[in-house]
Design a protein around this ligand. Structure first.
Ligand code: HEM
Length: 142
């Protein structure tokens, strides 16, 4: 199908294999649609500007679909989500829900299982970073 995700998992960066930037943009768009449509997650998002949020996440997504073996050097996800964790009770279950929507978005756009697995494996380690208290928390809360 046109605009879909490449059917064959193989060589190259995830970005190439997923079908290029266009497809990544579609995945992200659909992901946000799903996040904002969720009656629980909207608690954390209702007062966020979606354009701002997307801009903030773009570095992450570029990394996510970029070449393998490159460490993420962006802003700490703990710090980025500290406010919703501490003030609004964002839980590991909420994180899991977000991950489910990301996976669904890829699936809806026809991503092959193997490729989805790779993307999800790249995302899961951030869960620990989200919920592990850090010495920097106090600084951010001050
Ligand atoms: C940024 C909420 C899931 C990674 C943000 C921001 C919010 C937010 C409000 C903006 C913070 C700011 O303005 O500085 C949420 C909600 C989620 C979710 C409600 C629901 C499940 C995730 C997941 C990941 C993630 C699953 C990655 C595995 C990021 C990153 C940024 C970000 C990398 C940008 C950090 C930066 O460079 O400033 N998120 N998030 N988020 N989020 Fe999430």
């Amino acid at each position: 199908k046109t605009g879909g995700v490449a059917q064959q998992a193989g060589q190259g960066s995830l970005l190439q294999r997923v079908g290029g930037l266009d497809v990544v943009r579609k995945v992200v768009e659909l992901f946000y649609k799903k996040l904002y449509a969720d009656p629980r997650l909207i608690l954390f998002l209702h007062d966020q500007d979606v354009m701002h949020l997307r801009a903030k996440q773009s570095a992450f997504v570029s990394w996510l679909f970029g070449p393998p073996n490159v460490p993420y050097v962006g802003r700490s996800v703990r710090i980025a989500h500290l406010r919703i964790i501490k003030q609004r009770g964002f839980t590991p279950e909420d994180f899991d829900l977000g991950m489910k929507y990301f996976e669904e978005a890829m699936k809806d756009l026809g991503a092959p299982e193997a490729l989805m697995g790779e993307v999800m494996r790249r995302m899961w380690p951030f869960k620990d970073a989200f919920f592990a208290p850090s010495p920097k928390d106090a600084e951010e809360e001050a």
